[in-house]
Design a protein around this ligand. Structure first.
Ligand code: ATP
Ligand code: MG
Length: 194
């Protein structure tokens, strides 16, 4: 994994210490999404990409269970806007060289989450939110670092909303406040009363 000495403007990172915390982080992000967008997810096997997408899909109003699309390449869910969940892990080069027609979703009329996007960089648009997840171990046990690198105004706005929206308790656990379901009026505001 690339070592990052400096952070670019708008870039952020946060730490989670359980699957639930990563799901919640995804939910906060998904809850704020207002328009079609591409979100790429990279990180080793089992780092938590699908867990994050599961949360984000819930934040986007998907009620179906989100499962890994690694065998089928793409799963589609109905949310406030359509949710396209790609996984390019098993994509072989022959398939990649053929036109699979994925460009129409990148972006299309919905939010496209792309796991293992680095396996097919050619079809990823410049404007996107790039997420990299790293596993770490320390005195507190196992955790994940989520790097959020916005490329474009909408994803910059989303990252700043996410960072404003998550807080930690003194014991280091994420404050998992209930989320108000997204509406045009509240723009996906965080709150107690839902
Ligand atoms: N802080 C954490 N955040 C997310 N997942 C965690 C965390 N701690 C432990 N886990 C576990 O790590 C696993 C993450 O699995 P997940 O399927 O999301 O990974 P993935 O990155 O999508 O892998 P793949 O590349 O195979 O698709 C789950 O079993 C989850 O319970
Ligand atoms: Mg996965």
């Amino acid at each position: 994994m690339e070592k990052r000495g400096t952070m670019r403007q708008g870039e952020a990172f946060l730490t989670t210490r359980s699957e639930e915390e990563t799901t919640y982080t995804g939910m906060v992000l998904g809850n704020s999404i207002r328009e079609p967008l591409v979100i790429t997810l990279n990180g080793e096997l089992g780092s938590g990409k699908t867990v994050f997408v599961r949360g984000a899909a819930a934040g986007l109003g998907v009620t179906e269970t989100v499962t890994s699309p690694s065998f089928v390449l793409l799963k589609i869910y109905r949310g406030r806007i359509p949710v396209y969940h790609f996984d390019f892990y098993r994509l072989d080069e022959a398939a990649a060289l053929n036109d699979l027609g994925f460009e129409e979703y990148l972006p299309g009329d919905g939010v496209a989450f792309v796991e293992w996007a680095d396996n097919l960089p050619g079809i990823i648009p410049a404007e996107r939110l790039e997420i990299t997840i790293e596993r770490f171990h320390d005195h507190g046990g196992e955790g994940r670092r989520l790097w959020l690198m916005p490329h474009g105004l909408e994803s910059s706005w989303l990252v700043s909303r996410l960072i404003e929206g998550v807080t930690w308790r003194v014991d280091g656990k994420l404050n998992m406040l209930p989320l108000e379901p997204f509406s045009k009026e509240n723009g996906g505001r965080l709150g107690w009363n839902c």
